[in-house]
Write a protein that binds this ligand. Structure first.
Ligand code: GDP
Ligand code: GDP
Length: 448
């Protein structure tokens, strides 16, 4: 779902000027419904940090098959149908015309939020028109100038408030969809790592040993081998094991390909098992892959394989843990499993770790608990001062989505929260709600 902003108004009030100001680069001319010959303009709109779909109806003037009045009615009805907010533009210098009133009638009948922009308000020539616009009964108008950028801040504030309400309504829908999905969700697992760390051996062992295996249907597609099975009643799917088919290629290329394959597989996975060789530990490439998994918001499990080949298994495990702690400090508690794909030792613990990581990754925390938590952590370690020495104030927190856990924190100076404070909040949240090893996302926003 995209937040949709429609611009309506009679010809020449300045709609196109505003449209171009808000439109991003990808300006699209979209064919209208068959039978209606007009084109609708559509673009990705942006105003400061707000992004939206922007629509207006161009070419109104050229249409000659109906009266202006009926065409306008049609235009506003259509805009209203698809819009989450309507920007109704007037020319303040011309004052309110009968055509404007026609639009206003239609908009009043709709239940969509409307923002009245009295345009061309730079200077004093628009003053009378601005006050007249109150009489349309569509709320307080914004004194605006699309050409000079006047009133943009106020437009932002109004849009922002409407957008927040819209988002909350839709988040509620998303959460429902999420939990429905979770019931029958297939855990998508990718096994990645450098060549020769033992991925194929491990996968074969895993699939061969899982007692609940429902006979792997290895479907060979052009780009990946796909395997479906169950583990403890949970459907699982192994995604994109493409790396294994590239054996024949030369070794140095293989190294690069392994990273590329891993990055590709991450896209399709919920959980990524990064396999490392216990005799070698984690190298730069492994950490690069681990970093990408977290950045892409996937759950990570690190496998220390070939544990049979090292004298001190505990030391090997500790070395990997230490390396993760220093090189991936933003995600504490990444699960590390040591095993031997060759001998089968400890292999059964991997799928349990994967399921656990998946569960954490899909966690939803109740809003009251979050807000209780927020007031406690901000009291015990108050946020720093932001701009002009004013202390940043946190108002409330919600979790709009899981997979990965994503939190919106409403605060007074969203852009001023320093990284150190974010890390503090993240670590506390991770600890207090038991979210080890999973990527956590924070979004700072101004309250409504
Ligand atoms: P549209 O037909 O509603 O899309 O209107 P346009 O964007 O094509 O603008 C119509 C005319 O109004 C053009 O000559 C614009 O230059 C002018 N115009 C647009 N915005 C402003 C404004 O903020 N102030 C003034 N004075 N003129 C404007
Ligand atoms: P891949 O390239 O990551 O798929 O690695 P393979 O599964 O093909 O294994 C590469 C080599 O490591 C092979 O010679 C395997 O026999 C060996 N190997 C795989 N797993 C283990 C293990 O757990 N212990 C030991 N000692 N060797 C292993």
């Amino acid at each position: 779902m995209t937040f949709t902003v429609a611009v309506v108004g009679r010809p020449n009030v300045g709609k196109s000027t505003l449209f171009n100001r808000l439109a991003g680069k990808r300006l699209a001319l979209v064919d209208d419904t068959p039978g209606v010959t007009r084109d609708r303009r559509e673009a990705d709109g942006k105003l400061f940090d707000l992004t939206f779909r922007l629509v207006d109806t161009a070419g109104l003037e050229e249409a000659d098959h109906a009266s202006l009045a009926s065409r306008m009615r049609e235009q506003s009805q259509r805009a209203v149908e698809e819009a989450d907010v309507v920007l109704f533009m007037l020319d303040a210098r011309a004052g309110i015309t009968p055509s404007d009133e026609l639009f206003a009638d239609e908009l009043r009948k709709s239940d969509r939020p409307v923002i009245v922009l009295t345009n061309k308000c730079e200077g004093s020539a628009g003053e009378a028109g601005f006050y007249e616009a109150y009489e349309l009964g569509l709320g307080e108008p914004v004194a605006f100038s699309g050409e000079h950028g006047h009133g943009i801040d106020e437009l932002y504030d109004r849009l922002h408030a409407i957008h927040e309400a819209w988002r909350e309504a839709h988040d509620a829908e998303d959460v429902e969809a999420d939990s429905e999905e979770a019931g029958q969700d297939v855990v998508q697992l990718a096994v990645v790592g450098r060549p020769n760390v033992g991925k194929s051996t491990l996968i074969n062992r895993l699939l061969g040993e899982d007692r609940l295996l429902t006979g792997p249907e290895a479907g060979l597609t052009r780009d990946a081998i796909r395997v479906d099975w169950h583990h403890k009643g949970q459907p699982m799917r192994l995604v994109d094991t493409a790396g294994q088919r590239r054996r024949a290629r030369v070794q140095d290329k293989l190294e690069q390909l392994a990273v590329q394959d891993a990055l590709h597989a991450i896209n399709f996975a919920h959980v990524v098992a990064l396999v490392a060789d216990a005799t070698e530990g984690l190298d730069r490439q492994d950490l690069h892959i681990a970093q990408s998994v977290i950045e892409e918001g996937r759950a990570l499990v690190v496998v220390v394989n070939k544990i049979d080949a090292v004298a001190d298994a505990d030391a090997a495990l500790r070395a990997v843990r230490d390396r993760l702690k220093t090189s991936l400090p933003q995600v504490r508690g990444v699960p590390v499993v040591s095993l031997s794909g060759l001998t089968g030792r400890n292999v059964e613990t991997l799928l349990d770790a994967v399921l656990r990581a998946y569960k954490i990754w899909t966690t939803k925390v109740a809003t009251p608990d979050l807000n209780q938590w927020l007031s406690e952590v901000t009291a015990s370690h108050p946020p720093p001062r932001g701009r002009y020495g004013k202390r940043i104030r946190f108002k409330y927190i919600t979790q709009p989505k899981a997979r990965p856990p994503t939190f919106t924190l409403f605060c007074s100076q969203p852009t001023e929260v320093p990284g150190s404070y974010t890390r503090y909040l993240e670590n506390e949240l991770r600890h207090d709600f038991d979210l080890p090893g999973t990527p956590i996302r924070f979004i700072y926003k101004r309250p409504k």
